[in-house]
Design a protein around this ligand. Sequence first.
Ligand code: GLA
Length: 729
Amino acid sequence: MSIRYIEETKQLILETKNTAYQMKIDELGYLQHLYYGPKLGQNDMSYPFRIYDHGFSGNPYDMRQNRAYSLDSMSQEYTSFGVGDFRVTSIRASCSDGSRCAEFRYEEHEILDGKYAIPGLPSVYDSGQIAQTLIVTLIDKPANIRIKLYYGVFEELDIITRAAEIINAGYEIVWLRKACSMCLELPFGEWDMIHFHGRHCMERQPERVPLFHGVHSISSGRGMSSHQHNPFVILCDREATEDSGVCYGVMLMYSGNHKTEIELDQFDCVRVVTGLSDDRFRWELASEASFFTPEVILSCADGLTELSYNYHRVIRHNVVRGEYKLSHRPVLINNWEATYFDFNEEKLLSIAEKAKELGIEMFVLDDGWFKNRNDDNAGLGDWIPDTRKLPNGLESLIAKINDMGLRFGLWIEPEMVNEDSDLYRAHPDWALTAPNRAPMMARNQLALDLSRREVHEYLFQTIAGLLEKYNITYIKWDFNRPLADVYSHSTPSPRQGEVAHRYYLSLYRLYERLTKAFPHVLFEGCAGGGGRFDAGMLHYSPQIWCSDNTDAISRLTIQYGTSFGYPASTVGAHVSASPNHQTGRKTPLRTRGIVAMSGTFGYELDLSLLSDEDCEEIKEQIKRFKEIEPIVHDGKLYRLSKLSDSAHYMAWQFVSPDQSRSVLNIVVTNPLANSAPVHVNLKGLLPDEIYSVNGEFEVLGSALMQGGYTFPRLTGDYPAMQLDIVKIG
Ligand code: GLA
């Protein structure tokens, strides 16, 4: 049993293999947070809470004689609002009588076998690990608001999930202004925060900073989880490294506006509140209606490597679904960087032919295949093949590609519309635009108002129509602008604050319907590269295009940052041309191959321009990727170099779950003359077993881990090496 209730002490205890989580219902019925961290045995963790008078922090009325008791200093599972806890709050609402306060006290709890699901939202599911669920119900009687706190415990995975359901238990409308998924408190310790910021073409750059007093806010109000701030934050002990030190991960499973607030308060306690962004949010909660928050995936581990591995496993096994979840992902050729909008059937077929010859398995036709789409100013919305570029139709192109023995994939950007499109001309009110205001344009396109039923239905019918008519086995689903002017022409004005979230409820439902109806189609998410790279999208699309920056050297840090939360099997990575189209940098084909092999592998360049020598190398790369794919996708990742090393080199290693095989990678980003050689200590091997290093010599695992491995001197432009470490016998 991973969840227990101890009646005498009124404690609720959640346990995973290596961690414990404790809470307690106190004498007033508040649900206090006691502990989350490394496993403790039976200990009741209420003893460290020395409750003393905190001066300017007030006391609940029932405790007015005890000035030491204050909501403002107490660790809680979910906060009150407006009644004297002045730190960041998990919830805010305007009640029917105009008051804006509530304090939630324990009503009941239940412990269930299996993992709860959240209606309409993606959530972690049980895939045979035997999860358990705890639901604690809290109530504020004057405000008539009931809150159910959901906890999912995955014992084997060291994962605890959280979500909340907010229920209007009264007769009048309640307006929710903020509705977060959880509050987590770290009452003791000194913590660093690692977050993943970035921009288009440079997503998920890790930044580690010590917490300072005040509120740190990691958020997106762009209508997408965003290139700028990924909804994943790590808090770790100031001394924590890849190998040791307490580390907590807080990952929100949501693709729209989000906010994680981390407050270091006056008493040096840390509070983390995460969930939907409250920016422009206002939700009408009718009598007896429920509001479900998105889910948070929490993990605690010793060291960053272990923390990442916990997320890699849970995402791969309990977030991603469908036929491609654990299976081989086809090696693809995408025509975008080969042709951009300028192609015809002949050109595409020449790329496909070459691709087949090299061992590539799927041809993906990117943007530009539909009516009027000769540049990015027109056409979005009209998903009808362009008969000028494809005079024999899409059907004939696909048939020819299939005849070559290649599968066919197609790019779409269904959530968007150009003003210059038949769809927009027929339904201008289907776009998100504010009344009497010229909308912000981005890439000369508008976003469709997916919160509208007709838009949802139109998109389902359109995409299903394509998938029914054509032999398409892969869809690249793009989203190329942030959402601004978020106003729905079909929603009454007091409820406009619901539109941004309703957009995502509709998007998730659309994906759900399509993935159910077309289980054989592999979906790859995309948003100008990795602008919507989050656990929410991964519930529907097993892989996501990681960045529009395909430069191998830029990709080193993008993929490094991404790896803290997300497994390599989710990371769309392609070999592109040199010089690279985004940076102009020249890199060897070998380096580009090694970097792209740490994701879902493919090519995105004009294959007809390659030398015979390059073609031979590509054939080898594809064979190689297929050989190591199970180790890369299922194995444990060890980041052997730090971000600060990346100015010189980057080294990383995958180890198969049985520790019998490992793939060691290095890219030298700045070869130095007569410098110390790059030397790394390998990790994750069996110390007493003998391993062959690239077939060149044999040595004990302990030797490679303690003594390490010295790379030969690698010179020239961005040289790289990939080595096989294989257990003998
Ligand atoms: C986005 C994607 C690219 C490509 C273009 C097409 O930028 O991230 O990979 O598909 O759109 O317009």
